[in-house]
Design a protein around this ligand. Structure first.
Ligand SMILES: Cc1cc2nc3c(=O)[nH]c(=O)nc-3n(C[C@H](O)[C@H](O)[C@H](O)COP(=O)(O)O)c2cc1C
Length: 205
């Protein structure tokens, strides 16, 4: 499969950067092709302009979409699967990735009356697979106890992926805070999980 990776972490000195590399090695092992958007490195603009807001809020698919957004949409439509790799910041994706959704999931492309959007290629194709790999400082026990697991899962799977992908999964690599022993203790096993996700998740049924 051709897999589009949307990666969002501000530092290479991070566990998440290792996760990205392991995941990509897994993809390679299975012979998948990969294209990556490294949002911080690209300095991807995340704020909606007023013109973009107007296009979305007034459902004006006749208004133009900025070139950097078109570029991301083309990467999606040239792929069979999509993977998001990011750290959990305040129980959600980093603002850099949130802004990517705000700008790239446009009306007529990712939602709304897609069938009538007119221009070929301007409607998002339904992808075979969608995977989110989320690195979280807190432990799974904490996420269960606070109810935050349900929140994190629902927003990613039900709202952002929704029916835009046929098969979807959220993999949380938990307990990665520098304050926890588990960051070091489970470092290798978590990277192994990321490798296996790359190796196995995108294999066609
Ligand atoms: C601004 C900020 C907010 C964070 N918020 C959360 C959070 O809400 N929940 C959580 O489990 N971890 C949180 N973390 C920890 C990150 O998820 C952590 O960076 C991640 O576990 C991966 O480690 P890495 O940065 O070395 O890749 C936060 C970290 C930062 C810098």
């Amino acid at each position: 499969m051709r897999v589009f990776i949307v990666y969002a972490h501000p530092s290479e000195d991070s566990f998440t950067a290792h996760v990205r590399d392991s995941f990509m090695r897994g993809l390679e092992r299975s012979g998948h092709g990969a294209v990556i958007s490294d949002l911080y490195r690209m300095n991807f603009r995340t704020d909606l302009s007023e013109a973009e807001y107007r296009r979305e809020a007034f459902y004006r698919r006749d208004l133009p979409v900025p070139p950097d957004v078109v570029c991301e949409q083309e990467k999606i439509n040239a792929s069979d699967g999509i993977a998001f790799i990011y750290p959990l910041f305040w129980s959600d994706v980093p603002a850099k990735l949130k802004g990517w959704f705000d700008r790239v999931w446009t009306y007529g492309f990712a939602y709304g009356d897609k069938a009538e959007s007119g221009e070929p290629g301007r409607t998002m194709k339904r992808l075979e697979k969608g995977l989110a790999i989320c690195c979280a400082g807190n432990t799974m026990e904490y996420f269960h106890r606070t109810g935050l697991l349900e929140a994190v899962n629902r927003v990613m799977l039900q709202d952002r992926f929704f029916d835009r992908v046929k098969e979807k999964e959220l993999l949380i690599l938990d307990g990665t805070s520098r304050e926890l022993e588990s960051r070091k203790d489970r470092w290798d096993s978590r990277l192994q999980k990321a490798f296996q996700a790359g190796e196995r998740f995108f294999i066609s049924p």
